[in-house]
Design a protein around this ligand. Structure first.
Ligand SMILES: C[S@@+](CC[C@H](N)C(=O)[O-])C[C@H]1O[C@@H](n2cnc3c(N)ncnc32)[C@H](O)[C@@H]1O
Length: 353
């Protein structure tokens, strides 16, 4: 039996999110278990891969949050989906400039892919860094979660609404290729959609059930221990009821049913929906802002100037083109958004006011 057939061996059709979970993370055929997708030799490049100064802005944001929390003796910082570890390496370096905060902050890496965990362990060698498989292990002291391009990597469900009828997308195999079909949605699923403002218009409705499951623990911990969560990703504030699934291979768009297990598949993040979700969990969510605004409010232009002063012409040009990529509205500046949610008693709002 071919590996891809195994995921359908017991059922002819499986819901879209289960299918995505298998082809992205399955031990045998999952994309993230097969290759290191990051960088020029991989399939895509993320902000931490683009420039250290992006990571430094998050480091400064974290230290400020720690100060706002009245410098707790211990603060848990959890990176969700740390990828190849680039962000964590810069964070560790940046924290050295803030020794008091550095002594108090412990870093936890939460990574689903065994292959990526191995890469991270090889690259990151610090007594401050711990890998955790279960977020429930964080039991005391305030906690700050951070995920860059974490939400887009979580499998989604898709529904189609036509008048009052709702159908769910399932996947089967036809002529050796994945075949997508819609089946009438069950009542339990429809009721979940009704908890949010998702059913106003006809068209495709995307619902991150996996994402909500992961974030449930995140919200519980923020409520119980104090702190917050910062997410950066590509996406939109108000949905257009369209299919946003996309596949990428070698830095180019790939047809969604080709190169299964050898190409990444993601979706655009519905930030408005996540805001609703966080509010339903009793958290306070700041406004959703663009990456460009966030980074500029955090002082990325000043930092680039400072770093550039010591550089030769070629390095400076390189730095400026990376900076442009991060903040230009036609590059990552506008499509990438930032959401910050926090415990209701917390008044930290750096960059969001
Ligand atoms: C698009 S990559 C982003 C990596 C990194 N944050 C960056 O910006 O370079 C998504 C990351 O999330 C991880 N991931 C996806 N689903 C996860 C889950 N449920 N739990 C933990 N990690 C997950 C992936 O394995 C990968 O490391």
């Amino acid at each position: 039996m071919r590996k891809i057939d195994k995921i359908f061996s017991q059922r002819k059709l499986i819901p879209l999110d289960l299918y995505l979970e298998k082809i992205l993370y399955d031990k045998n055929i999952g994309y993230y278990e097969k290759k290191n997708p990051f960088g020029v030799d991989g399939d895509y490049i993320t902000a931490p891969n683009i420039s250290n100064i992006f990571c430094e802005m998050i480091a400064v944001w974290l230290v400020s949050f720690w100060e706002n929390l009245k410098k707790p003796k211990n603060l848990n910082f959890v990176e969700l989906g740390p990828g190849n570890g680039d962000f964590c390496l810069v964070l560790l370096k940046a924290l050295k400039n803030f020794p008091e905060a550095s002594d108090s902050i412990n870093i936890f890496l939460y990574e689903k892919s065994a292959r990526l965990r191995k890469i991270q362990r090889k690259r990151i060698n610090s007594k401050k860094v711990f890998w955790i498989k279960n977020l429930k292990k964080i039991n005391k002291d305030p906690v700050v979660f951070f995920g860059n391009e974490f939400l887009d990597a979580l499998p989604i469900k898709q529904f189609k609404k036509i008048n009052r009828n709702i159908f769910e997308k399932y996947v089967g195999i036809k002529k050796n290729k994945p075949n997508f079909i819609f089946k009438k949605a069950i009542k339990k699923q429809i009721n979940k959609l009704k908890n949010f403002h998702l059913l106003k218009n006809d068209g495709i409705i995307e619902y991150p059930e996996y994402g909500f499951k992961e974030l449930q623990v995140v919200c519980e911990k923020i409520n119980k221990l104090n702190g917050g969560a910062l997410f950066i990703d590509y996406g939109y504030k108000i949905g257009k009821n369209i299919d946003t699934l996309q596949s990428i291979k070698n830095h180019k768009f790939n047809e969604i049913n080709k190169n299964i297990g050898n190409a990444d598949i993601t979706s655009l993040v519905n930030f408005g929906l996540y805001k609703e979700y966080f509010e339903s969990k009793n958290l306070l969510t700041e406004s959703i802002i663009n990456q460009s605004e966030f980074l500029q409010k955090m002082g990325i232009l000043e930092r680039a100037k400072m770093v550039g002063r010591k550089m030769n012409y070629i390095d400076k040009k390189n730095l400026n083109s990376r900076l442009r990529r991060l903040i230009h509205p036609e590059m990552m500046g506008k499509n990438f958004k930032v959401i910050f949610t926090k415990n209701k008693k917390c008044n930290f709002s750096l960059a969001f006011k």
